[in-house]
Design a binder for this molecule. Structure first.
Ligand SMILES: Nc1ncnc2c1ncn2[C@@H]1O[C@H](COP(=O)(O)OP(=O)(O)OP(=O)(O)O)[C@@H](O)[C@H]1O
Length: 324
């Protein structure tokens, strides 16, 4: 069902790249479902090869999907490609430029491509916003990596799209420029633009995004508010060695999710709450157990990936009778 308030709606999106001679087709997207709400700053996270760029390139009209449906600002990319295209601005991952164009020329050419009438062009406003107005007549080859990235953001906004997608925007951008870029992205968001960004880095998404989807092997592993995802990452595991021999998890520790890892070893999984370690130790002492050693293993994004990946059978896996 189409959601009127979705900025982008992706349903069962599949992309199979044609096989190289004698090889096998590559399934880059294996049935992606995503709803990106209007007004959000949405993070699309995933490791290398997860399918982020393929998804973005389908949105941009640069890659043809194999099957599935995509709507941008309510416009179906098959039935209404012009309106769909006009509703989105894409900041590509690669810094590809014509070295002999100046930033001002590039903005004008891009505006021309989108059919923006001369009177409606905003070259000055956009170049000022990304702090490149003083470089407007410089050859683009003389710009630094960070300046080029900012120029690409300005270029993606020439037609004033309601959705701006940034594909790995901070690759090769130093911390100061990254902050400037984020300030501008926040400003655009505050003025009503829906933002989608792809990244490898949770910290980056954490800083900006209100909702995060994690994809891997062309599938969505989770899509939830950033706060909920971070709560999962707050979890940790306590490994506790006791002097006594155990044949089961002691009763007082059963209040937590705990398992016996050996005759003297317990693993206890804790949420992010304050003082929980102390309560576990107090429970063990009350049960008459002597703690000899204790170590903690903080959950990080990799663990969340692993937990989510384990929960889902691999693509093409044959269900066992127990699954049926
Ligand atoms: N043109 C292509 N032909 C064949 N396979 C491709 C092509 N483009 C991408 N792939 C494969 O599709 C899968 C998804 O790639 P994609 O570039 O979408 O991932 P990504 O999440 O953007 O990764 P990265 O962060 O490295 O850019 C990968 O296995 C990749 O090798």
């Amino acid at each position: 069902m189409a959601q009127q308030d979705a900025a982008i709606e992706i349903r069962n999106l599949v992309k199979r790249y044609a096989p190289p001679k004698g090889g096998e087709a590559k399934v880059a997207l294996d049935g992606i479902d995503l709803t990106i709400p209007r007004g959000s700053i949405f993070g699309l996270l995933g490791p290398n090869g997860a399918g982020k760029s393929t998804t973005i390139n389908i949105l941009a009209g640069l890659v043809n999907k194999t099957s599935g449906g995509v709507r941008i600002w309510g416009f179906d990319i098959d039935r209404n490609p012009r309106n769909a295209r006009a509703s989105i601005g894409i900041v590509p991952q690669e810094l590809v430029f014509d070295a002999f164009f100046t930033p001002a020329e590039m903005m004008e050419v891009q505006a021309g491509l989108y059919g923006v009438p001369k009177a409606d062009r905003r070259t000055e406003e956009l170049l000022k916003a990304v702090r490149l107005w003083d470089k407007r007549d410089a050859y683009s080859r003389t710009l630094s990596g960070g300046m080029k990235r900012r120029l690409l953001v300005a270029k993606a906004m020439v037609h004033n799209p309601p959705v701006l997608v940034l594909d790995e925007p901070t690759a090769g951008v130093d911390i100061e420029l990254r902050q400037q870029l984020w300030d501008y992205v926040r400003e655009l968001h505050a003025r009503g633009t829906t933002i989608v960004l792809t990244t490898h880095y949770l910290e980056e998404a954490e800083e900006l995004c209100d909702t995060i989807a994690i994809i891997n092997h062309g599938r969505v592993l989770c899509c939830e508010p950033t706060q909920d995802l971070l709560a999962r990452i707050d979890e940790k595991t306590l490994t506790i060695d006791v002097a006594e021999t155990l044949d089961t998890v002691p009763d007082p520790v059963k209040a937590w999710s705990a398992s016996l890892e050996g005759p003297h070893r317990l693993a206890v999984r804790l949420g992010g709450g304050q003082g929980e370690t102390g309560r576990v130790l107090a429970a063990l002492a009350a049960a008459g157990l002597t703690v000899q050693d204790i170590s903690t293993d903080e959950t990080d994004l990799e663990d969340v990936f692993l937990q989510l990946t384990r929960a889902e059978p691999a693509a093409g896996a044959v269900p066992t009778p127990a699954d049926a």
